[in-house]
Design a protein around this ligand. Structure first.
Ligand code: GCB
Length: 598
């Protein structure tokens, strides 16, 4: 008997279509899976008026572009043709692939064909790493479902729909910003649209491991614990869990629903840390299916105003980054992009990275596991979300769930962030408190933070945002020396906190165009930026409850809010490295500080 993965119907409030989204079952591309990539060159049609979807009354068409029609007779009227249309590379944003699409916000259709001979008794899933912002999919003219939210994965079972040859796969992707969306209309990053991450086919047996998680028991780290879930016909199945060649492992039954939990002693596991990012090959076997993953084991907790990694205080020497291609243009999507960005962070002396302001692709957190960098991972609850709108809350919560589900086996991830610089109000506090509760319900083994608001009183910065009461770690962004005063004003400032909790200064910085020189008072010069860094770091040494910082930002990134000609040219210039990979003076200032900071 086959049971479908639980699905949740999500109705898009704005465009009116209902799509299916996965509920609690998790399908992650791990080792042991038969995976076929659908990455490559796809056909595309730009459709700003959504003519391929709506008729003139603005009603959805039965005969939209998803039918992939062709003119079969010279008298046929068909006003589109995927095969003769321009190509777009997948994964990839459309904005940086065609000049005329740089500022485009709207709908683009994607199409490709594939063959797949699915053996009897096997199941096939189509897995999409991310599509920004709303996606709707069809296979062979039949609707698969949709997904809202640009930075998390989704998937569809296509076992009964796939043919051995000539399958037509179509996606409609719409990146229009929406007031009730997450993020909302206003952000300080480029709204890259498209099928921006890997698209894969995953073949599994009738009954397969749809989810597993494993971690050290936070209450007694001599034990590991976790959960397994099977999908299909789980009745009477036994699951085996082993950790590399350590001899640690267990077998467990699953209940009628396919769920099982385990806990077993594993006292001598080496701990994962930035100094020694030890990973073990964890293998889960059940019903002829095997899922494998390379997993590290570590604890993270808060004691008073300190953050402890494996029981020892650690200072988070960090930098923020957007998911931008380090040497190309647009969104990063390759493992090599992740390796380059994280290596630059290591060159800077970092042990910590803030992935701003949305979940980055899966390669980033996997690479951080391998390379030994702790990670702050965030959902795009940014600035002025519609706090009182229930469907906006559900969207935010869903993105939080999808982020945690994808990455909860990643040792590198130590902090889940529920948002950035959200202005104080009772409605926002209620919204954020619900999100924090959900993060803790899904994962009690990590810390929860957010960039909170700081109160400025003369030369004192006070941490008193009520959101701080709900968090494990207080995040705070401040731009002394850039948005407030000049570099020389910074050292006069001191900090107080209403909370006995660790503070991470989650942003500080200044803009500079690479190779623009001047004195320390000249805006946009490298010297100005370096002076801000020197004085910020001096000030930070005087904050007793400071447990870390993530400078803003590793690499210059495109932003429509930054038009100043010959300086910004639609880039936010607060990078320590230019978009072409050149290091600015401030890179050296922060590097020296981090290399000497205990
Ligand atoms: C902030 C935001 C960040 C911006 C940055 C800036 O406070 O959190 O997204 O890019 O300031 O450069 O102004």
């Amino acid at each position: 008997m086959r049971r479908a993965l639980p699905t949740v119907i999500l109705l898009c409030a704005v465009c009116g279509w209902g799509g299916t989204l996965q509920g609690q079952s998790l399908l992650i591309p791990t080792g042991g899976r038969a995976i076929t990539s659908l990455n490559g060159s796809w056909n595309s049609i730009v459709d700003p008026y959504e003519n391929g979807y709506y008729d003139y009354r603005y009603e959805p068409k039965a005969d939209g572009y998803f039918q992939n029609r062709h003119q079969s007779d010279p008298s046929d009227l068909v006003e589109y043709d995927f095969e003769r249309s321009e190509k777009l590379a997948v994964p990839g944003d459309w904005n940086t692939q065609r000049r005329e699409l740089l500022f485009y916000e709207g709908t683009v259709w994607y199409h490709r064909q594939f063959d797949y001979d699915l053996p009897a008794g096997r199941r096939l899933f189509l897995w999409v790493g991310a599509a920004n912002y709303e996606a709707l999919g069809w296979l062979n003219g039949e609707e698969l479902g949709g997904h809202v939210g640009g930075f998390t994965p989704f998937w569809f079972e296509i076992t009964d729909r796939v043919s051995p040859a000539g399958n037509d796969l179509v996606f409609k992707v719409d990146n229009q910003r929406k007031r009730d969306g997450v993020p909302t209309l206003n952000t300080d990053w480029w709204n890259y649209g498209g099928l921006t991450r890997d698209i894969l086919l995953m073949e599994v047996p009738e009954t397969f491991i749809s989810d597993f998680t494993i971690r050290l028991d936070p209450d007694d780290p001599d034990y590991v614990l976790g959960e397994v879930r099977l999908d299909g016909d789980p009745g009477g199945q036994e699951v085996e869990v082993t950790i590399g060649d350590t001899g640690y492992g267990t077998t467990l039954p699953v209940d009628a629903d396919g769920s099982g939990a385990f806990r077993f002693p594993a006292a001598d596991l080496e701990r994962w840390s930035p100094d020694d990012p030890r990973l073990y090959e964890v293998r889960v076997t059940a019903a002829g299916d095997t899922a494998m993953d390379r997993i590290g084991f570590r604890t993270v907790e808060v004691r008073g105003e300190e953050i402890l990694l494996n029981g020892q205080p650690v200072f988070l020497k960090g930098v923020s980054m957007h998911e931008v291609s380090p040497l190309g243009d647009g969104r990063a999507f390759r493992p090599e992009d992740a390796r380059t960005l994280l290596q630059w962070a290591k060159d800077l002396g970092c042990n910590f990275v803030r992935l701003a302001h949305y979940p980055h692709n899966r390669h980033m957190t996997r690479m951080a596991d391998e390379m030994g960098l702790m990670i702050w991972s965030e959902i795009p609850v940014y600035w002025t979300i519609l706090w009182e709108n229930e469907s906006t809350y559900e969207l935010a919560e869903r993105q939080l769930q999808e982020m945690i589900q994808r990455d909860r086996n990643r040792a590198s991830v130590v902090i889940w962030s529920v948002g950035n610089e959200t202005p104080r109000s009772p409605e926002r506090l209620a919204f954020m408190t619900r999100l924090i509760g959900e993060a803790r319900r899904l994962d009690s083994s990590r810390l929860v933070s957010a960039a909170t608001e700081v109160t400025y009183e003369g030369n004192t910065l006070r941490l008193d945002d009520p959101l701080g009461r709900e968090l494990d770690v207080i995040g705070a962004n401040e731009y002394l020396g850039w948005y407030l005063g000049g570099p020389e004003d910074i050292p006069d400032h001191s900090w107080t906190s209403e909370f006995e909790k660790p503070l991470v200064i989650s942003e500080f910085g200044a803009g500079a165009r690479y190779d623009l020189h001047g004195d320390e008072g000249t805006r946009w010069s490298e010297e100005y930026q370096a002076a801000v860094y020197r004085n910020q770091l001096r000030m930070m040494d005087g904050i007793p409850f400071l447990a870390g910082t993530t400078a803003w930002i590793l690499v210059d990134f495109r932003s429509p809010r930054r038009p100043l000609p010959n300086v910004q040219d639609f880039y936010n210039r607060k990078g320590l490295i230019s978009e072409r990979g050149y290091r600015k003076q401030a890179f050296g200032v922060l590097r020296e500080y981090y290399l000497n900071r205990k």
